[in-house]
Design a binder for this molecule. Structure first.
Ligand code: TYD
Length: 204
């Protein structure tokens, strides 16, 4: 079961994924991964695309690098894991490209689909979008020591990203579940665990 997690900055995704994995790992074979990155070469592409020195990176180059990282990650980690694991939890996937590059950067959803053709053939079964307002999300990350290139975007950009995710969630209603990210991490984790348990029950 391939499940992805999406959300803006400070949505708590990473902590939530860890807790969901801990919950299921007694019973199932679970793997966690992330994008951009997730494998050796894909992590090198991550360093390139998120480097704060690369302020002049064009939107197209950015979109293509995320797509390249994803293609490598699929080949190295995700596709093999589909054979060997019961549950794959991935921190970000193609919906990040739809939201950030397709809508917030304005490259269009069709363009993102085209350059992510390989990933379009391997869409997740379900995607949890953790929805938080940028006010709350950015205040949660303000004490971080390291800020990457996208963290440094203006507030208005993060608002655009949030709206973009909500639009994409309505396009992919059957796949994307919107979770209210203003709840406690415990409540969010529990809500997601219940959904995934339902999926396992349906599959058995
Ligand atoms: P990361 O530190 O992983 O962010 P977070 O902790 O918020 O998940 O950095 C990933 C950044 O890359 C984040 O700002 C979102 C952005 N991104 C895209 O713009 N497009 C993509 O396809 C992906 C996977 C990420």
């Amino acid at each position: 079961m391939f499940i992805t997690f999406e959300g803006g900055e400070g949505s708590g995704k990473t902590t939530i994924i860890d807790r969901v994995a801990t919950y299921f790992k007694n019973q199932y074979k679970v793997i966690i991964s992330r994008e951009p990155g997730g494998s050796f070469i894909a992590e090198s592409i991550r360093d390139l695309v998120l480097d704060p020195k690369h302020l002049g990176m064009s939107y197209q180059a950015e979109a293509l690098l995320y797509a390249a990282s994803r293609a490598q990650h699929l080949e190295d980690i995700l596709i093999p894991a589909m054979e060997t694991h019961d549950l794959i939890l991935c921190d970000r996937y193609i919906d990040s490209s739809f939201a950030y590059q397709g809508l917030a950067r304005g490259l269009g959803l069709e363009y993102v689909e085209k350059i992510n053709d390989y990933a379009m053939q391997h869409l997740p079964l379900k995607t949890f979008y953790i929805d938080v307002s940028p006010e709350v999300g950015l205040s949660r990350i303000k004490d971080r020591e390291k800020f990457d290139r996208l963290d440094q975007e203006k507030f208005s950009f993060h608002n655009l990203v949030r709206q973009a995710y909500l639009d994409i969630a309505s396009v992919y209603q059957d796949r994307i579940i919107v979770i209210d990210g203003h709840q406690s991490i415990e409540s969010i984790t529990l809500e997601i665990i219940k959904h995934i348990e339902g999926l396992f029950n349906d599959a058995n």
